[in-house]
Design a protein around this ligand. Structure first.
Ligand code: MN3
Length: 229
């Protein structure tokens, strides 16, 4: 399966395509390759967790989203972002499955593309500047982000995002909701559903968050910044 050729779409003009093309795809949605081997994040994130997470959990959201849109050709050219942000204008019977599953696809692709083998522990470039301004630097960010990720009750995500004024903020979302609906620009997320860490860390979410910090792909985060000025 060649994801890039099957569904050629342009990236948003303000974001380079390398990391973000999969987020602008539309029906028929595909599960993009990780871009690294399933075991490449060892010892931080284990191979079996990565296999199950992408091949089963994300695949289920992809399948459910395609099934939901199959009989609605008028929405089949909507991108993931449009399905999420304009869900209110969908027919009632389509709205809930789209909200859940488009969010599930978006959030997981965003998560998998936000980590990489050898990911450095340090924000770079404009990201580092925004983090320094908002949190006093990388250490302050890591502590605040961990607290936020720990605070998610049940299943959800913690996010680093930008406000429309381009101030860095940390927010959390429940289940498969995204900060897009609040007008924020997502930069980085951590999946804290138990399936993201249970095989290795059991119920110790904090240990998973610490490990995840070691594989954050700050180059990807930097590429998600809107072009300023
Ligand atoms: Mn997940």
């Amino acid at each position: 399966m060649n994801f890039m050729n099957r569904n050629p779409v342009g990236g948003r003009p303000d974001t380079p395509p390398a990391y973000n093309t999969a987020l602008t795809q539309h029906y028929v949605f595909l599960n993009p390759p990780l871009g690294y081997a399933y075991d490449a994040l060892e010892p931080y994130i284990d191979e079996l967790t990565m296999r199950l997470h992408r091949d089963r959990h994300l695949q289920t959201y992809v399948g459910n989203l395609n099934a939901a849109l199959e009989k609605y050709p008028q929405y089949q050219d909507w991108t993931l972002e449009k399905l999420i942000t304009d869900a209110e204008s969908l027919p009632p019977e389509l709205r809930v499955p789209v909200e859940r599953n488009a969010g599930g696809v978006y959030n997981h692709i965003f998560y998998f593309q936000g980590i990489a083998p050898g990911g450095s522990n340090k924000p770079i470039g404009k990201t580092a500047e925004a983090i320094a301004a908002a949190f006093g630097g990388g250490d302050g960010f890591r502590a605040r982000f961990k607290d936020a990720a720990l605070s998610v009750f049940g299943s959800g995500y913690a996010w680093l995002a930008l406000t429309p004024e381009h101030k860095a903020v940390i927010v959390t979302t429940a289940n498969q909701q995204t900060p897009l609906i609040d007008g924020l620009i997502p930069l980085l997320n951590i999946d804290v559903w138990e399936h993201a860490y249970y095989l290795k860390h059991y119920n110790d979410r904090g240990a998973y968050i610490d490990d995840w910090q070691g594989v954050v792909n700050w180059n990807a985060v930097e590429s998600r910044l809107p072009k300023l000025g």
